[in-house]
Every structure is written in structure tokens, then in C-alpha cells.
Design a protein around this ligand. Structure first.
Ligand code: FO1
Length: 313
């Protein structure tokens, strides 16, 4: 079975670990969000690609969901001693090795998709991890009278200042990375995991051609709600949803993605049992436990999503 997953960071990575456990023989292609990417200290950092790679490769800092386990911060401390900011995105020594290799390969002219494949040769995530685009696309946050990089809003400001909107800088001229459109068109199932619908899934869909590919694929498209009981399971998806006028609820996000029967993207929508009874016009909704507190529970979620895909096919 060929499964294609549009993935953001921490939530998607944890979901993928369960999916891999549920269907170990499936061929899984992960289309990773690169809108969170940033250049710091001359190094190109791809948070969502690295979170998927480290989580599935066994190197993730489990408690954080980002960065490497067993990390040290000697370089970060030395940068701080020089007063070399910014200091709101802490780079661990092990993590810096990833960024050094990525930056060196990008500078040598390798596209991000080739760089990601090279890094995955070490981590062997058990999925094919492809960036949404080889072109630079960055999510910037529109605030009162100015815009800041997503990471500055997310990390330095902790999203305290309400976002007026989000802009995918570069999206208008970006092309889907090689294989992305085929992975969507040729899938048996397309999944939208519990990622941030705005800055993760939304950023991927903002790359010209990808939203249409999802809307047109013959494969069933099933999503899993990142909002449980009216609140995000982690992160600040509520701040992002509010900024674009979407209700922070399983129904709100389901409506936001839309039922394919009504011109949207989804053929099925999984919500948590806390949101049982959720209705979205034209969209079959199934309630199952969506808290990814163990690989087993996450595998059950993934199985439920695949079962729903088979039913709505
Ligand atoms: N998240 C934090 O809350 N604090 C950090 O200092 C931080 C550093 C960091 C470094 C590399 C990386 O790949 C991710 C990092 N993150 C950090 C997480 C990152 O901001 C988020 O995972 C995504 O960008 C949001 O999906």
C-alpha cells in the first residue's frame, strides 16, 4: 500500500511513528513542511524535516519533540559569550552537525530534496522524506505594522502578539519538489496528520500545484484533527487558526480543510472521542482516541484513519 502524508513537525512525526507500526509493509512518502525553515549563524535549519527524520530515526529529544537527545550546547554558549544572537532558537551541538552538512550541500548546489535524502541515509527513517519544495519558502507572520519570521513569533514572542495573518514568502514562485505531485496522485491513501493546519499543512498546500493535486487525487484523503476538546494537543495552533478566522475546534478545522464533495480536500475526518458528534457538511466523521501518548495508541489512530479511507474510497 502506498501512503502519502503531508507533514509538519512534532505532531506529524509522532503520528508517523504510529503509522509505521500499524502498517510496517506500506510505502510511506512524507511531504515535509519547509515553511518553518530559517538561516541562523549562516546555517540552514529545517525544523519540520529534522523532527520527522530524528523522530523516525531514533535520535529525537522525546520530551521536546524537536532537536537531538543527549544534546549539549557548547557552541550556543560560546555564541552567547560573543553576544552573537539571536538566542531564541537554541541549537544543540549534535543538531548543528546536521545543519553544517545541509548548508554545505546546499552551497555546493544540491537541491534540498537531495540533501534530505542524504541526511536520511544515516537516519533511515523508514519513510521517503521529501521537502514540499526545493525552492525557498518561509512563513512570515504579519503583526501590527510589521512582519517577523515564524520562528521569531513562535520562539521569541511565544505568539504573544496576535498574528494578523501569515505569508508564505516565495510560495508564489515555488515548485513542488520532484516526486511530490506523483506521490499525491499515485497514492492509495493520502493522510493529513494532526499538524498545525495553518503554518504546517497550510504552508504545504500553498506551494502551487499541491492543493490541486490533493483535491484531484483518486486516492481517499483522510485527516486527523489536531484540536481536541477545543484546544490544540500541543503547540499554538489556536493562535494560528484565530489569525485566519477559523474556529479552534475539530469541526472548525474539518470545515477549513473542507469536504471533497463540497470542493474541499477531505473524504474523511477523524476527531477525538471528546468531540464525538462533530458534524462537517458532506464529510464522514469518525471519533477515536487521538491522544498520541504511546506508539500503540498512535498505531490504533493510524489504523482507524486507514479503515475510514477504505470505507470512503
Ligand atoms: N523550539 C523551542 O521551543 N525552542 C527552541 O529553542 C527551539 C530550537 C530549535 C532548533 C532546531 C529545530 O529544528 C527546532 C527547534 N525548535 C525549538 C522547535 C521549532 O521551533 C518547532 O519545532 C517548529 O518550527 C514548529 O513546528
Amino acid at each position: 500500500m502506498r501512503i502519502t502524508v503531508l507533514a509538519g513537525g512534532i505532531g506529524a512525526a509522532r503520528f508517523l511513528r504510529g503509522l509505521r507500526a500499524a502498517v510496517p509493509d506500506a510505502d510511506v512518502t512524507v511531504i515535509g513542511n519547509t515553511g518553518d525553515d530559517i538561516t541562523l549563524h549562516g546555517l540552514r535549519i529545517c525544523p519540520d524535516l529534522d523532527t520527522v527524520m530524528y523522530t523516525l530515526g531514533g535520535g529525537i529529544h522525546e520530551g521536546q519533540g524537536w532537536g537531538r537527545e543527549g544534546e549539549t550546547f557548547a557552541v550556543q554558549e560560546e555564541l552567547a559569550a560573543y553576544g552573537a544572537g539571536p538566542d531564541w532558537m537554541h541549537l544543540g551541538d549534535r543538531d548543528i552537525a546536521t545543519h553544517l552538512i545541509r548548508t554545505r550541500m546546499l552551497d555546493a548546489g544540491y537541491p534540498l530534496s537531495a540533501v534530505t535524502a542524504a541526511l536520511c541515509e544515516r537516519w533511515k527513517p523508514g519513510v521517503e522524506l521529501v521537502p514540499m519544495s526545493d525552492d525557498r519558502v518561509e512563513t512570515h507572520v504579519v503583526l501590527e505594522g510589521r512582519a517577523v519570521h515564524f520562528q521569531e513569533w513562535w520562539l521569541a514572542m511565544r505568539a504573544a502578539e496576535p498574528a494578523q495573518g501569515f505569508v508564505s514568502i516565495g510560495a508564489d514562485t515555488a515548485r513542488p519538489a520532484p516526486g511530490v505531485l506523483d506521490a499525491i496522485a499515485g497514492a492509495d491513501v493520502v493522510l493529513l496528520p494532526p499538524s498545525n493546519p495553518v503554518v504546517s499543512i497550510g504552508a504545504i498546500l500553498a506551494v502551487p500545484g499541491i492543493r490541486d493535486a490533493v483535491a484531484r487525487t483518486p486516492a481517499p484523503v483522510v485527516g486527523l484533527s489536531p484540536i481536541v476538546g477545543g484546544a490544540p494537543v500541543r503547540g499554538m495552533a489556536d493562535a494560528c487558526l484565530t489569525a485566519i478566522g477559523v474556529e479552534t475546534s475539530a469541526a472548525g478545522v474539518g470545515r477549513h480543510y473542507g469536504a471533497r464533495a463540497e470542493g474541499g480536500l477531505l473524504d474523511g475526518w477523524l476527531v477525538d472521542t471528546a468531540d464525538a458528534g462533530t458534524e462537517v457538511p458532506g464529510l464522514p466523521v469518525l471519533d477515536v482516541p487521538l491522544l498520541m501518548t504511546s506508539v500503540q495508541l498512535t498505531a490504533a489512530m493510524a489504523t482507524a484513519a486507514l479503515d475510514l479511507a477504505a470505507r470512503v474510497r
